[in-house]
Design a protein around this ligand. Structure first.
Ligand code: ZN
Length: 303
């Protein structure tokens, strides 16, 4: 693990000249205002090839994984919302995941407790994996830590950018052990599992994203065996389509939901009898405990 701040800056400046989007989005990297790396060149000299005495473009760029895909390196913002809602119209992109199945580490040893998709009317953009607070959380693929911070929802969260442009997200950690710019190998411990942020019980919330758009981790990982499903992963429109379908289904379901407004004397048991829904199901769909007391005016969904 090592930090490469000046190389990040160098690469960002080079790319800023090449990539149109970088002009607006590289503000996060900082650096001298208006510095043009081509100024050093003699008049009439081609700007296509940089003199090797300045720096080696290729060597510098290798330090920012996926920079050619993103054209930015933001160490503060988890995701670019503009990207996240954009339609993916590219042709199929073939992503190289590893040479061998063992080129990845599962982020923790615990099993799947909640999958990707709609959950209680909200989209769950990752998977939840079981762990105890203090258990090590490992980096899935080699790459560089882009974000390591506390977030109200994600708690202590680490985002790692990988060389193929994928990003992985590790949330609700009790402790973060890496900083933005840290180079990591698959299997490195990036933090300790926990229950920080909007989390009920210790677990790891794990996401896989490409260009800020979430991908079901189960498409890439065999979550039961802790292995890769394949050594290559194709990204195309359909990769994100399941999310669109899940959202549409949820919106449709939302329209047909039925609610009971609690009146004096109502109990969960009485509502269960009245609507023919088990008390445990009522509690599950409403996110309440079987011991909770109902309040007058409270809306209880019963389908
Ligand atoms: Zn989660």
């Amino acid at each position: 693990m090592k930090k490469v701040h000046h190389l990040l800056l160098a690469a960002a400046l080079i790319h800023g000249a090449v990539c149109a989007r970088a002009q607006e989005e590289s503000h996060d990297i900082g650096g001298p205002e208006g510095l043009d790396i081509f100024e050093e060149l003699n008049e009439g000299e081609s700007t296509d090839v940089l003199p090797s005495t300045v720096w080696d473009v290729n060597d510098s760029l290798t330090f920012i994984p996926g920079y050619d895909v993103y054209c930015h390196w933001n160490t503060d913002v988890l995701f670019d919302r503009a990207n996240a809602s954009r339609r993916f119209d590219h042709d199929t992109l073939k992503l190289f995941l590893g040479q061998h199945d063992c080129d990845l580490s599962m982020p923790c040893t615990g099993g799947l407790t909640s999958g990707y998709g709609m959950r209680r009317g909200r989209m769950h953009y990752g998977v939840d994996l079981d762990l105890e607070t203090g258990d090590p959380v490992m980096v899935a693929f080699p790459g560089m830590v882009r974000v390591s911070k506390f977030n109200k929802t994600f708690g202590n969260v680490v985002v790692v950018r990988h060389y193929n442009g994928l990003e992985t997200v590790y949330a609700h950690l009790s402790k973060r052990l890496v900083e933005p710019g840290t180079l990591v190998e698959s299997g490195d411990t990036l933090g300790l599992g926990g229950n920080t942020g909007r989390s009920y019980g210790s677990h790891l919330h794990f996401e896989v994203r490409f260009l800020d758009q979430p991908i079901d981790p189960a498409l890439i990982f065999d979550l039961k065996n802790g292995s890769l499903k394949a050594l290559e992963f194709d990204i195309h429109k359909g990769t994100f389509a399941n999310m669109a379908a899940a959202k549409a289904a949820a919106q449709k379901a939302q329209g047909s939901r039925k609610y009971h407004v609690v009146r004096s004397g109502d109990t969960l048991f009485a509502l269960s009898r009245r609507y023919g829904v088990r008390v445990s199901d009522l509690c599950r769909i409403n996110g309440i405990s079987e011991r909770s007391t109902l309040s007058i005016g409270q809306r209880i969904r019963y389908n």
